[in-house]
Design a protein around this ligand. Structure first.
Ligand SMILES: [Mg+2]
Length: 183
C-alpha cells in the first residue's frame, strides 16, 4: 500500500473558522459565519471570505484540534502528506499561507497545492484516482469527490457537516481517530 495522505487545510489542518470569526468581530461586527463550506447564509459571504483570504490575517491561523500533534506522527510513520486548499491564488497571500503551515508543521507537508477560490477539488483529486490514498476533508462535496475517485475518505466533523452521511465516508472527530485507523 502506498502511504499517501491527501488533506484539505481549512477546517481540517488549520482552524479557519475561529480566526475568520475574530476577523468579523473586528471589521464586520454585524456578521457571523456558521458554515464556511457554503454561502447559502448571506449573498455577500463569498465576497467577504475571498477578500479575507487575501489579508495578512491568513498568515496567522492556529491549528485545528490535534493536527499539530498527530500529523508529524503520521509523517514519521513514512507517509507522504500533501495538502490542497481552495483559498484563491493571490501570490502574496499564498506565500503567507505556506509560511503559516510551515511554522506549525515544519517538514511535514511534501507540498501544498493552492487552487482558485472555492474551486471544487474533483480535478485535483483525479490525479490520485485509485491510488489507495487517504483523503481528509470537511466539505461534503469534496469528500464525495474523493470517494468517487476511490480514495479512503474521512470527513472531519463540525456542526455544519456532522449530520451528512455517505456510507463510503468515515466521519471523525479529530486526527487521532484517523491515525488509529491508518497507522
Ligand atoms: Mg475545508
Amino acid at each position: 500500500m502506498r502511504k499517501i495522505l491527501l488533506t484539505d487545510i481549512d477546517g481540517v489542518v488549520l482552524d479557519w473558522s475561529s480566526h475568520f470569526n475574530n476577523y468579523l468581530k473586528e471589521y464586520h461586527p454585524d456578521k457571523k459565519l456558521m458554515d464556511p463550506t457554503t454561502f447559502a447564509q448571506a449573498p455577500d459571504t463569498a465576497e467577504l471570505i475571498e477578500s479575507y483570504n487575501k489579508t495578512a490575517w491568513i498568515g496567522f491561523l492556529e491549528t485545528h484540534k490535534d493536527s499539530k500533534q498527530v500529523l508529524p506522527e503520521i509523517k514519521k510513520a513514512g507517509w507522504t502528506i500533501i495538502g490542497c486548499t481552495s483559498m484563491g491564488t493571490d501570490k502574496y497571500a499564498n506565500a503567507l499561507r505556506k509560511m503559516n503551515i510551515e511554522s506549525h508543521f515544519p517538514d511535514v507537508f511534501s507540498k501544498v497545492d493552492i487552487i482558485p477560490f472555492m474551486e471544487p477539488k474533483n480535478n485535483w483529486l483525479s490525479y490520485y484516482k485509485d491510488s489507495d490514498a487517504v483523503w481528509v476533508e470537511d466539505k461534503i462535496s469534496n469528500a464525495k469527490a474523493g470517494a468517487d475517485a476511490g480514495l479512503n475518505t474521512y470527513l472531519m466533523k463540525h456542526e455544519y457537516n456532522a449530520f451528512l452521511d455517505d456510507k463510503r465516508i468515515k466521519k471523525v472527530d479529530n486526527w487521532r481517530q484517523i491515525a488509529n485507523s491508518i497507522l
